[in-house]
Design a protein around this ligand. Structure first.
Ligand code: FE
Length: 199
């Protein structure tokens, strides 16, 4: 099997917002998919290591912000490279909210939609949320950012000096050392060893 075949699936990139009852939270997600149209249902898979997984499982509520190609890397750092477990990602921000009260990002999103979870499936490493759309709004005509666009134009290129180690193909984190432990989890984006490649 050539598992690289799976890299040919195209994805978008989203900031999914939620609230744990005390603070707003958001994470970067690529696994968002419309699965039915009438009624419109959306499926998302979230890694259980992510704080948002637990928050959304408990609250049953989330809002998906569709990022545009103009979204700067700093947004990915803010929402993707730190955890809501120990950081308030919206601290000090003046925020705009959707009807469900969750934060939206009009500066970076061309659309948002709010979701109510109707079904949860335990996928082992991830939880899958099947959701109904409760609000949907287009914000601009900017092009949506795809995962491929992010890799080609947004993510800083890792330094390719003669270092021994492995680089995370998702976020660019470099693990210095060899071999990479099989159970290694990227401290930044929480992807596993299978998403690393040798420098
Ligand atoms: Fe990573």
């Amino acid at each position: 099997m050539d598992m690289k075949a799976l890299f040919k699936i195209s994805y978008g990139l989203y900031v999914v917002t939620s609230n744990d009852g005390e603070k707003d939270n958001g994470l970067i997600l690529n696994t968002v998919m419309q699965v039915t149209s009438n009624p419109a249902r959306i499926a998302l898979a979230i890694n259980k290591e992510n704080y948002s997984h637990d928050v959304i499982k408990k609250s049953g509520m989330l809002t998906v912000n569709c990022l545009t190609e103009k979204t700067p890397f700093s947004v990915f750092e803010k929402f993707g490279f730190q955890s809501g477990k120990n950081v308030d990602k919206f601290a000090g921000d003046t925020v705009t909210r959707a009807q469900n009260g969750l934060v939206i990002l009009p500066e970076y999103a061309n659309a948002y939609f709010s979701l109510q979870v109707v079904e949860y499936s335990d996928l082992g490493s991830h939880g899958m949320f099947l959701c109904e759309v409760t609000e949907a709004k287009v914000l601009s005509d900017e092009a949506s950012m795809t995962y491929a666009y992010y890799h080609a134009h947004v993510k800083p290129k890792p330094e390719t000096k003669k270092k021994t180690g492995y680089v995370c193909k998702i976020c660019g984190y470099v693990y210095e050392g060899d071999p990479l432990p099989a159970d290694f989890i990227c401290p930044l984006c929480k992807h596993g060893a299978e998403d690393f490649e040798k420098l």
